[in-house]
Design a protein around this ligand. Structure first.
Ligand SMILES: Cc1cc2nc3c(=O)[nH]c(=O)nc-3n(C[C@H](O)[C@H](O)[C@H](O)COP(=O)(O)OP(=O)(O)OC[C@H]3O[C@@H](n4cnc5c(N)ncnc54)[C@H](O)[C@@H]3O)c2cc1C
Length: 428
């Protein structure tokens, strides 16, 4: 079924592994991809809610800033293979793209399946074999400096040798797609340091039943701030969602990295939602005063209807403790101030965050200092390459994570091609 030996073994058929395999210039006999799941690229197929937000139009500096402190590690990879290169790459494979809000690129037909298919078809056309249902459970180095890879396939144990190995097993998030963190163990067995991993881009849990009462409510154009020890630590503007356990949605996911760190540090964390970010406190108060002056005979519930989405009205009434039938001209200044305060700073206490099962990406992973950023080759183990989310890189939502997976895969593939060519000419 398998040869005893290959030039390259790629572990993991996600975007990073597939790209590395395709760009390595190898075909049948020289390369083999192992994928532990029955089907390859499961996470890619569900990315962007099935629409695949493949990359972002941000310029290089801005793009890198979305990765936080480890963004520097990606500078070279992005300089060599960036957003326009990625779009052109897939356009050559027959995919057309459209640009949406926030610089997000999606395939024109909104099909993540088609992105995965294009990549898998390309690998097939290059005669790159992919062995599914094949979980790599061990990698070791033999005395002749070759890698010995042990695979579990249909309960059978098989050992294969290779000159080069690409570890592209992803992170620990969404383990149902195959990325269960196994790659960290394989890398640490080979001597690599794993920066502690935690869920990132993850929904957040909040105290009490306020979120549950608002479950399903999506708020657009709000500003969410994170507070710790009475200090604002972070903030984002955009869209969020209430769930039965707390909050989620794009800006909460982006803020979750900060929240996870604080919670792990045993800090008390609060979020406030500014429901009227275009108006400052004074302007909100003036707006309410105007309503009181113009519609004094109306009930205060009517005012709430003009200010808020329906689901928020009973929650506001409960928090303000003002009888809903009270006329606007009976509202005193203290009650008015309480209302404007709640509109600007609707507060929830954070109690925790969801597990890896519902995290979009993993923070932490293979320490970037141990990887050559120009080749993605390990600085510790010759012939071992890394690509994608297994590396300690993670970014905001917006197409940044997939670009990183594709760019690092592309760099690893190219480096293996170049080094194989060099070895070839050395022998001549
Ligand atoms: C729900 C969801 C939506 C997302 N949407 C977006 C988006 O729209 N845009 C964006 O930029 N990012 C998105 N992401 C993040 C993005 O999908 C990942 O960062 C990206 O898939 C990482 O690619 P990868 O190839 O490194 O790892 P993965 O895609 O996780 O692939 C790793 C592969 O390795 C296999 N594997 C693991 N261990 C072994 C083993 N021991 N042996 C053999 N095979 C193994 C796994 O089965 C898997 O197929 C999303 C993530 C999730 C969970």
């Amino acid at each position: 079924m398998f040869q005893n030996q290959y030039d390259i073994i790629v572990i993991g058929a996600g975007p990073a592994g597939l790209m590395a395999a395709i760009e390595s210039g190898k075909s049948s006999g020289g390369i083999l991809i192992f994928e532990k799941m029955r089907k390859p690229a499961l996470k890619l197929k569900i990315s962007g809610k099935g629409r695949c937000n493949i990359t972002n139009s941000a310029n290089l500096k801005d793009f890198i800033s979305h990765f936080g402190k480890n963004g520097r590690f990606l500078k070279f990879a992005f300089a060599e293979f960036f957003n326009t290169d990625l779009l052109e790459y897939f356009e050559k494979l027959g995919i057309r793209f459209k640009l949406e809000r926030g610089g997000r690129y999606f395939p024109q037909n909104n099909s993540a399946m088609d992105i995965a298919k294009a990549l898998l078809d390309k690998a097939k056309s290059l005669n790159i074999p992919l062995s599914a249902n094949s979980e790599v459970i061990d990698i070791a180095k033999s005395p002749d400096e070759k890698f010995i890879i042990t695979i579990n396939k249909n309960t059978q144990r098989i050992q294969i040798k290779a000159d080069k190995v690409v570890l592209a097993t992803g992170g620990k998030s969404y383990p149902q797609t195959g990325s269960s963190g196994a790659g960290y163990k394989l890398a640490s067995q080979l001597g690599h340091t794993i920066t502690p991993v935690s869920p990132s881009l993850v929904p957040v849990e909040t105290k009490g039943n306020t979120a549950k009462k608002l479950q399903g409510l999506s708020l657009r154009n709000v500003k969410v701030k994170i507070w710790c020890k009475n200090k604002k630590v972070d903030e984002r503007f955009g869209e969020m969602l209430f769930t039965d356990f707390g909050v989620s949605g794009p800006i909460i996911l982006s803020l979750s990295k900060t929240i996870v760190k604080l919670i792990d540090d045993k800090q008390k964390v609060f979020i406030t939602i500014d429901l009227k970010p275009a108006l400052d406190h004074k302007m909100v108060d003036q707006r309410i005063l105007k309503e009181i002056n113009e519609h004094g005979k109306q009930s205060y519930k009517n005012l709430l209807k003009r200010l808020l989405p329906g689901k928020l009205i009973p929650v506001f009434i409960e928090k303000l403790k003002i009888l809903e039938g009270k006329q606007l001209n009976q509202i005193n200044s203290e009650e008015r101030k309480k209302l404007s305060m709640l509109l600007k700073e609707f507060q929830l206490e954070v109690t925790g965050y969801r597990s890896f099962d519902s995290a979009i990406v993993t923070s932490g992973g293979i320490c970037t200092k141990e990887i050559n950023l120009q080749t993605m080759e390990s600085k510790l183990v010759k012939g071992l390459y890394f690509a994608g989310e297994i590396i300690d890189i993670d970014a905001d939502t917006g197409g940044f994570n997939l670009q990183a997976a594709f760019s690092t895969g592309w760099i690893a593939g190219r480096a293996m091609k170049v080094s194989t060519q060099k070895t070839g000419s050395d022998l001549e």
